[in-house]
Design a protein around this ligand. Structure first.
Ligand SMILES: Cc1cc2nc3c(=O)[nH]c(=O)nc-3n(C[C@H](O)[C@H](O)[C@H](O)COP(=O)(O)OP(=O)(O)OC[C@H]3O[C@@H](n4cnc5c(N)ncnc54)[C@H](O)[C@@H]3O)c2cc1C
Length: 430
């Protein structure tokens, strides 16, 4: 029987400090959302001596942060040329540096300083090409990137790709050697503990219903009463509710679906992933998969749908894709199946900033294990006026569209368009 909850939750003890305590009447900083963004911001602000309250509608870590694929390493949706055209050469370089290097260095430092054991394993990440021509285009892009920054990456031809994954599905690929596998629930719950250790009060089951500007800052209306806050950070990303209208209209929720197989045994996993490397794809189906931390199961995610599709449909899609990647697997059981919401910005870039005085760090567009804690940290520094809060991600934009208000009504249509694109991409494959 497949369990409909994240595999990670079974491996990870929930934080003890989330029982309800009386809410303070007033705090320096109130953070909405106890995921990687909010907890990292809380840790930084509390370390700087601020009184910090983090509230979450559910239990802390409930959102994408404890549900994700556990792939850690820099990434961005835009190419170098697109970034340069949009933001200019200098900002583009800084965005690349932060995404590929600074954010990774930051999370490794936090893990070490706070003694967070999240099964960190620097196994590397292979990105398999769907089309033959991508080998040449990626080689050029990689050369350009490596001239700018010390990124450890190398290409694998189709003949070599079995070093990364025992699948014939790809036309070669690129390996990012600095990327690591983690248990994401251990990561976010570890950050929770660190934020508490530095003096943060974190309260689950405390949804924020609305905010009101006041003479000293904001009056925050929660289901458990009003709190006065000097400053407010929205760290709600793909779970941003319509009542936070300004951010809600700029960051839309895209579900990602994910399953874990039954225990297949270490030997079988070693045959499928000879170097335990994680795998992602260049095709728009965006399959991402990896061995579990104990290397006995496959954790497999993909774009099963762009809307909150029924469980049976989503699981069926993932099973089909898993069989396509590894036809040699035969009939196997799925032990866990779940989903979570990523937060996409219309520019496919995250952003740190303020709208009408309310701070946000959001729009990670599918990434987040490194960028969310990094940008939560930067947001906290900016909120307390520390110049070290400077980040190129305050120069990206977070724009809305006139046709997007309360509901991401366009996603089922985008889903259909993507299915057409999948069909064409498969049909025209060389
Ligand atoms: C299935 C899946 C797989 C992914 N895989 C990867 C991966 O392998 N690598 C990677 O780097 N990234 C991955 N991501 C993306 C990454 O998980 C996210 O970008 C990141 O966790 C965002 O963190 P966050 O703290 O901003 O938001 P979240 O962790 O989503 O937290 C937002 C929180 O806000 C709370 N909230 C919302 N409204 C309110 C309210 N009104 N009051 C109080 N609280 C509220 C929610 O309850 C939630 O807990 C994946 C995401 C998903 C869903």
């Amino acid at each position: 029987m497949t369990k409909l909850k994240p595999y990670w939750w079974e491996l990870t003890k929930r934080p003890a400090a989330s029982e309800q305590q009386a809410l303070p009447k007033e705090v320096d900083i109130l953070i909405v959302g106890a995921g990687l963004t909010g907890l990292s911001a809380a840790r930084t602000a509390a370390k700087a001596g601020q009184s910090v309250l983090v509230v979450d509608e559910h239990s802390p870590g409930f959102g994408a942060s404890s549900r994700n694929g556990g792939m850690l390493g820099g990434g961005h949706k835009l190419s170098i040329a697109e970034m340069t055209a949009r933001y200019g050469e200098h900002i583009a370089l800084e965005l690349l540096r932060e995404a590929h290097l600074d954010s990774g260095k930051f999370v490794r430092t936090v893990m070490a300083e706070e003694a967070i054991d999240c099964d960190y394993d620097q196994v590397g990440r292979f990105r398999g090409f769907w089309h033959t021509h991508e080998y040449e285009t990626t080689a050029r892009e990689l050369e350009q990137l490596q001239k700018l920054l010390p990124i450890e990456a190398s290409l694998l031809s189709q003949a070599q790709q079995h070093q990364a994954v025992a699948s014939d599905l790809y036309r070669g690929g690129v390996v990012y050697h600095q990327h690591a596998a983690i248990n994401p629930a251990k990561w976010v719950f570890g950050l929770h503990r660190a934020a508490v250790d530095h003096g943060t009060l974190i309260q689950g089951n405390t949804a924020v219903l609305g905010l009101q500007k006041s003479s000293h800052g904001y009056l925050v209306n929660t289901v458990r009463g009003m709190v006065k806050a000097g400053k407010v950070l929205l760290a709600t990303n793909g779970y941003t509710p319509p009542q936070m209208a300004a951010l809600h209209r700029r960051v839309f929720p895209v579900p990602s679906f994910i399953i874990t197989t039954e225990n297949l045994g270490r030997e079988r996993i070693k045959q499928l992933f000879p170097s335990d490397m994680m795998v992602v794809e260049s095709r728009a189906r965006h399959c991402y998969y990896r061995p579990s931390p104990d290397k006995t199961r496959i954790v497999f995610g993909a774009r099963a749908a762009l809307f909150d599709a029924p469980e049976k449909f989503a699981m069926g899609q993932l099973r089909k894709l898993l069989r396509q990647v590894f036809p040699q697997l035969g009939q196997i059981d799925i032990s866990h199946s779940w989903r979570g919401f990523t937060g996409f910005s219309f520019e496919f870039m995250p952003h740190v900033g303020q709208i009408d005085g309310v701070w946000h760090a959001a729009g990670y567009s599918g990434n987040g294990n490194t960028l969310a804690p990094w940008l939560g940290h930067k947001a906290a520094l900016q909120m307390i006026g520390d110049p070290a809060g400077e980040t190129a991600f305050s120069h990206s934009a977070l724009k809305t569209r006139w046709w997007y208000h309360n509901r991401a009504w366009f996603l089922p249509f985008a889903d259909l368009a993507f299915r057409g694109r999948d069909f064409w991409s498969d049909w025209s494959r060389s």
